[in-house]
Design a binder for this molecule. Structure first.
Ligand SMILES: [Zn+2]
Length: 281
């Protein structure tokens, strides 16, 4: 067989038209937003990235897509999927955000976030129960935990609104649609950091209990909690920048996440301060 005849099939492919004339389906490249309507091959001619036509059409039709790892728990088991999702978000936040669908199953994300809250509350019960004999300290601890959980819920919404949303979807049909529900679903997935901070708090508590009046342990606990907070902040900013590959979301994340935390913590501190003073009088 000659070299020419070997090359013949490839040559035919090259000569095939790369597009077929059709109405705009609204298909856009997830990488560069090039119009993919009518393309014969599933590779973007602009940036060279392969794309999954069925997945993009489902996205466009608004069919909810399964959440990475957590969405496959029927096949892989609930506990294993829960732990693997948490570990993936801890270790590769940007990669998880890139894999997160643009049309996620928002109810499933809320379900994962609820489990994270339950697990974190369960971990925090350990130091709380040990406070029970001292009723005022127990009530104080309970209120602090409730205030922290409420701050988390408020922060999620505030961060979604100011870091993820200042942009609208470009659609060819209908009015532009806000990214809020999809972004909130992704932000809720970062509740995976909640069991980590609860474990750190619990470990700090236990260490303080066994080494009472030890200043080193106390300062070490504070440093650890700050480190977890900074880790969550950097990860969430990376997630914001990676989800739709917008660098301004990354910048907004670094700038505005601490502001959201400060404002929500302040509002909750005032609110719970009022509740505590009402309870005391
Ligand atoms: Zn492209």
């Amino acid at each position: 067989m000659s070299l020419d005849s070997k090359c013949a099939p490839d040559h035919r492919v090259e000569q095939m038209p790369s597009t077929i004339t059709t109405d705009d389906e609204g298909l856009r490249c997830p990488e560069c937003e090039y119009n993919l309507t009518g393309l014969v091959h599933d590779v973007c001619p602009e940036c060279g990235q392969p794309f999954d036509r069925e997945k993009l059409l489902a996205e466009l039709a608004g069919v909810p897509a399964a959440i990475p790892i957590w969405g496959q728990r029927v096949e892989n088991g609930e506990l294993s999927s829960f732990v693997r999702t948490i570990l993936e978000i801890w270790s590769h936040p940007a990669r998880y955000a890139r894999r997160f669908p643009k049309n996620p199953d928002c109810d499933d994300a809320a379900n994962f976030a609820r489990w994270c809250l339950i697990v974190a509350s369960g971990i925090l019960l350990i130091p709380l129960i040990s406070l029970m004999p001292d009723l005022p300290r127990f009530v104080g601890g309970l209120l602090t935990c409730a205030a922290m959980m409420l701050t988390v819920l408020m922060c999620e919404r505030a961060i979604t609104a100011v870091v993820f949303v200042p942009e609208f979807k470009v659609t060819t049909v209908g009015r532009p649609k806000s990214w809020y529900p999809e972004s909130l679903a992704l932000v809720r997935m970062t509740r995976a950091y909640l069991p980590l901070s609860a474990s750190t708090t619990c470990a700090a508590w236990v260490a303080n209990l066994f080494m009472e009046q030890n200043g080193n342990v106390e300062s070490m606990s504070v440093i650890l909690l700050i480190a977890v907070g900074v880790y969550w902040w950097v990860s969430l900013a990376l997630i914001a920048g990676s989800y739709r590959k917008r660098s301004y979301n990354l910048v907004l994340g670094f700038l505005l996440i601490p502001l959201c935390v400060v404002v929500c913590t302040f509002v909750n501190a005032v609110m719970f301060g009022i509740v505590t003073s009402i309870m005391c009088f």
